[in-house]
Structure formats: C-alpha cells, structure tokens
Design a binder for this molecule. Structure first.
Ligand code: DUC
Ligand code: ZN
Ligand code: ZN
Length: 434
C-alpha cells in the first residue's frame, strides 16, 4: 500500500520544512517538495492520501527505557507489553526498549549478537536488583570488549537503606520519606563512581533517569573531558516535585514513589535538567515507565514507604510533555524530535531504521497538531493505572495520527492496531562512541 502524507511540516533533529512524505509498504520511499512534479505524480499514484495541513510530521517516538510487567516488591508493573505499547502508540511512541533480561556476564556476548546491545545495571536496591562495584566493573569490561552500552541506575543503595531504616525506626513512614532518604548526593556519588569505573574499564556509560543537579554536574564534567558518558532524564523529573507530589496529603504521595525520587522544588534540579537537555549533557528523554495501581499495589506500602512499589507510568505522555517544553520555550521543536526519537535511535543502535523521516527509514510517523490540545487524565489515558501522575496537566498540542511501519495505528481519535502488530527489533551498537 502506498500512502502520501501531504501538506505537513516535516520536523527532524536538524530542521523543519514543508514536504510531502511518500510511504511504500513499511518504509518511507521519498520526501518530496510540495508542488513539484514528483509530488504531483506521487499524489496521482498513491492509494491513500493523508492531509497533514497545519501539522508537524515527525518520526515516531522512541522510549528507550520502559519496564512493562517488571516484578517489583511482590507485585508486577501493571502494564503488559500489549497494553503498554498500545498506550505508547496513543501518545506517539512507536518503539520501546524494555529490560527483560537477567543477564549473566557470560551471556552478554551472545545477547549482543542477538541484537540486545544495552544492559541496565543497578547501584540501588540491595538484595534485589543491586550489583556491587566488582560486578559492575566486570560488566563494563565485557562491554568495553563487545561494544554494548551499560545503562546505569546510579544511586548509592547501601547508604539509602541506612537512612531508610533510620527513618522507619523514627516512625517516618509516609511516602515523602522515600524522597528524603534518597538524597541527591547519593545520586551524585554513584554517578561519579560509575564514571570512574567506566573510564578504567574503557567502556561507555549511559545514566538512566538522571534526576539531580549533583549527578548532572558529574556527567557534564566527564563529557567536557571528551568521555563516552551519556545521560537521559524523564518527564517526572522535569514536571513533578518532592513537596507537591511525593508529599501530597494522606497516602496520595505513593503514586509518585519512583527511584530516583522526585526532587525538591526549592533547589534548582528542574531548571538544571531543562538546561541539560539544551546543552546535550542530557541527550534523551525516556520515561522509565513502570506503572503500578494505587489499589492493591502502591497500597502495599501504606504503613511503610519502603514497601511501596517504585515506579510511575508515563509512556503515553512523553511526547506531549516534552512538546510542552517547546511551548514553554525550554526546547526547540527540533530538539524535541532529537531527544525523543533521533538520539534514542542512534544511542541504542536503531538508526537510520528508526528516528528519522528519510527515504529507507521505517514509516514510523506521527502527525502532531499544534493547534489542538490534550488534557492528561486517568479518565482518558490508556495505561493500566487507576490514577495519573500527570492528572490535569494541559498540553498545547495533540497527537493526531500515528503510523507504525506504514500501518495507521491512531487516526480520528480511534485505535486501529491489532495484537501482534509489534515486532522485535534487533539492535546494532550505539553510533555515538568514539
Ligand atoms: N525505578 C523505578 O522507579 N521503578 C523501577 C525501577 C527503577 O529503577
Ligand atoms: Zn532505574
Ligand atoms: Zn528503569
């Protein structure tokens, strides 16, 4: 089937221009100058025309850090891969990278050969996901050899657990103590430690869900010295905070328990993160999508914040929330595309199959309407969650149409996908490594 997307403004990481996009089967066949002979003949021959007048035509979003069905604290993240990827599509995200393996060192080489080229390691959660420095260092040595990317959850979990125990012993069991005991310096310290280990091992390191100024400073220093050090942040660290959200009255703060925690609004974490996105010390926005319902899940920690399953669901809202950053003047339109699609593709070995509107790329295309609006709410979202961490936030834009590999998934407010539409992606190595 051939489809011509006409009259839109194609936005890529490097610019924006009026163009018609011809899709042939599952890939983009041509990007054509409107009014040209080639565009006219594509229009005459196309089996389907989609009018994109007034809309941005952008590559499908890539969320490179999600946790569908993650086992955590005696329960499981509430989105299955089916529900979570459908919700992602509603929000303009057509590709996710999840973390489903429990890889042993010896398996890393074979996994890289299978196209699994990044591994998340945890410096937090002793006794659960935690790796000690020796394990981390050995994994980095293997990565230095096979080209894999080590994705690091950088928080000093040992020190955090000391403060957590002390807080609980004092009877400080409300959700806000989850944030108070996970000090931003513990993120800064772990970030620095991981950088030093990576430099000695000769491996690249990518910091997931960076939340604190103290950690960003360490990343910026290493990058200024020219090292293969990269980082992402997530919408929750840009929009939500310790006092208003994690500290919400009663037990409502449990809905905002994630790790690293939401940071205080009285320091400059939020502004620093937006700046980091502009300077590229933060290269990517992912979600760390890890949803739990309040009922039966977050409630497990009603008497002790340490038993609240950690995670916030947001895979559906990332494109909208970061587009709002464009509206707020924090980012350019091009940087929106870059941080949400193009750089994730390059960082994780999916480029140029994904992350760009260009001939030969997969036809993963979002038509985004800057003249429509979106109100985020539990009443309208498609994730398996009984609350929304972003309840009531208004977005000055709207995901209008979503196409994945040439198939229209979202159009006219309806979902047209089917179970089994998705496909496993074999990934190559990052293209950012020097
Ligand atoms: N952080 C979370 O909030 N949830 C799952 C894993 C993680 O690192
Ligand atoms: Zn993590
Ligand atoms: Zn994670």
């Amino acid at each position: 089937m051939t489809t011509l997307i006409q009259n839109g403004t194609v936005v890529t990481a490097t610019g924006r221009h009026a163009a018609d996009v011809l899709v042939d089967g599952t890939t983009i066949a041509a990007v054509l100058m409107p009014g040209s002979d080639a565009a006219a003949s594509a229009a005459a021959g196309a089996e389907r025309i989609i009018d994109a007048t007034g809309k941005y035509v952008v590559p499908g979003g890539i969320d490179c850090h999600t946790h569908m069905e993650l086992p955590f604290g005696g329960t499981f993240a509430s989105d299955t891969f089916e529900i979570g990827t459908r919700a992602a599509a509603w929000g303009g995200t057509t590709t996710i990278i999840d973390f489903v393996d429990d890889a042993a060192l010896k398996e890393m080489d074979s996994l890289v050969n299978e196209g699994i080229t990044s591994f998340k390691l945890f410096m937090a959660y002793p006794g659960v996901f935690y790796s000690d420095d020796a394990q981390i260092f050995r994994a980095m040595q293997v990565a230095a050899d096979n080209g894999a990317m080590i994705c690091m959850h950088a928080e000093n979990g040992i020190a955090i657990d000391v403060l957590g125990e002390q807080a609980a012993a004092r009877g400080q069991t409300d959700p806000i103590y989850h944030g108070i005991t996970r000090h931003p310096r513990f993120e800064g310290e772990a970030t620095n430690r991981a950088i030093q280990l990576a430099l000695v091992a000769g491996a690249p390191v990518y910091f997931v869900h960076l939340s604190a100024s103290e950690a960003l400073e360490r990343v910026a220093e290493a990058r200024d010295q020219g090292h293969n050090v990269f980082a992402e942040t997530c919408p929750q660290y840009l929009y939500l905070n310790l006092e208003d959200h994690l500290g919400a009255p009663g037990f409502a703060g449990a809905g905002y328990v994630c790790s690293p925690p939401l940071r205080t609004k009285h320091e400059h974490h939020h502004a620093d993160l937006w700046q980091g996105l502009r300077t590229n010390d933060l290269a990517i926005v992912s979600t760390d999508h890890c949803p739990f319902c309040m009922k039966d899940q977050k409630e497990l920690g009603r008497d002790d914040f340490r038993a609240i399953p950690n995670g916030i669901g947001g895979v559906e809202h990332r494109m909208d929330l970061i587009y709002q950053g464009v509206v707020m003047g924090e980012l350019t339109l091009e940087r929106w595309v870059e941080t949400c699609s193009t750089t994730p593709a390059r960082m994780f070995g999916l480029y140029p199959q994904k992350g760009v509107i260009a001939p030969g790329a997969d036809a993963d295309i979002v038509l985004y309407d800057p003249d429509a609006t979106t109100r985020i709410s539990v009443d309208t979202h498609h994730m398996s969650m009984d609350y929304s961490a972003y309840e009531g936030i208004d977005i000055d834009g709207k995901v209008d149409t979503v196409i994945s590999k040439g198939k229209v998934l979202i159009q006219d407010g309806a979902y047209h996908g089917a179970k089994g539409d998705g496909a496993y992606l074999r990934r190559g190595l990052s293209t950012y490594l020097t």
